[in-house]
Design a protein around this ligand. Structure first.
Ligand code: ZN
Ligand code: ZN
Length: 117
């Protein structure tokens, strides 16, 4: 209970660096209540992009962008990106472009993705 001297060095502190800013951050404080790493890095990357207009090193977002209205979002994982695209397409009957970090973009329409009949 009282020996909190051990924890700091044994714990893996996730760090994020950004070449464009020439900086590196430790995300120690933010991960206390979360799964190690991932969430904090995701949150940090989104915040960083909001402030600077770019993502830190090693972070490439999924981009869901509507073809028909200015709506769009960025995500750091496929599942929420796809869910956003499908939801928007279904509600508005707009086609949404889903751009993965690498590879070809696909179009999500109200009927679902192309490979569903
Ligand atoms: Zn930066
Ligand atoms: Zn739309």
């Amino acid at each position: 209970m009282t020996d909190d001297t051990v924890s700091d060095e044994d714990r893996e502190v996730p760090t994020v660096s950004c070449e464009r800013c020439g900086r590196e951050w430790e995300l120690d404080r933010e991960v206390d209540d979360l799964d190690p790493g991932s969430h904090a890095i995701e949150q940090f990357a989104l915040d960083h992009e909001r402030h600077t207009g770019h993502y830190p090193d090693g972070v490439t977002p999924w981009i869901a962008r509507c073809d028909r209205c200015p709506d769009g979002e960025r995500f750091l994982a496929e599942r929420p990106a796809r869910r956003w695209a499908e939801t928007h397409a279904r509600h508005t009957r707009h086609d949404v472009r889903l751009e993965p970090p690498t590879g070809a973009a696909e179009t999500v329409s109200a009927e679902g993705t192309a490979d569903r009949s």
